[in-house]
Ligand binder design. Sequence first.
Ligand code: PLP
Length: 285
Amino acid sequence: YKGEVVAHVFTPINQVDFAADIAKIRASGADGVWAANGSNEILTQLLMAYGGAGRRAALFEPTYLLHRRLCWLTQTEIIERRLGPPFEIDGDAAAWAGGEGAHVVFVCSPNNPPGNTQPLDAVRSLASRSDGLVIVDEAYVEFGGESALPLVAAHPNVAVVRTFSKAFALAGARIGYVLGSPVVVEDLERVRLPYHLSALTQTAGVVALRHADEAVAGLDSIRIERDRIVHALSGIDGVTVFPTKANFVLFQPPGDAKEIWRGLLDRGVLVRDLTAVVPNGLRVT
Ligand SMILES: *Cc1c(COP(=O)(O)O)cnc(C)c1O
């Protein structure tokens, strides 16, 4: 972490402390750390720096809807490739993104809504086939799966984006961060607003990190519940359950998903209707 890079421009109170704390606790190996108001703001800033009019972002669908929306908001042209189950980026898909000359490539691992992780080889291959920035959205990585962080050292065009909204259950505090190369952090400093992260938010981040052990202590029970639900759903005739490392499970019921969604709601169970993203798909958290 290059504290002085952040320190000499518009240093909000605590920013240096906060970034240093993240770097320490993540033992990241990445020497660039940057925080903002939730990882969605980080993604927006990355698109402001690397996307924009006349530039293109590659998406692998199905994935997090905000990636598409933030491209649209920043006038970044979207090129997309739809993956079939098990929704893994294979060599062909990686070659496609490289061949299209994307300026930004989005990878979400564990992916939302499918829940699967992307092989590190796929991320490595995307990073080496492309001059563009490969954004790895790891909003759910604390629940399972391998982080792409170790790739940053050899591939400075990989940026790993994390959030306090999921495993830390602090969505209301609005804190996200990116771990990457110092070059990426310098580029983000060119597009962010002065004093973009309030002292109160940063203080909340520092406090949350000091209690990180307590936050992750609850994760085991979530993983056990997740696996119990996967197992139980798999035992129901005609249900397709997709492998997951996140804190949710995507499945396709045997009947009409919308009817089943309604039937569950009538019984006081709210699941997510994802039929617009995955055919007949429901997601239970
Ligand atoms: C929830 C989520 C985020 C975002 O969250 P913030 O609250 O803005 O940090 C980012 N990416 C994915 C894939 C998510 O599911």
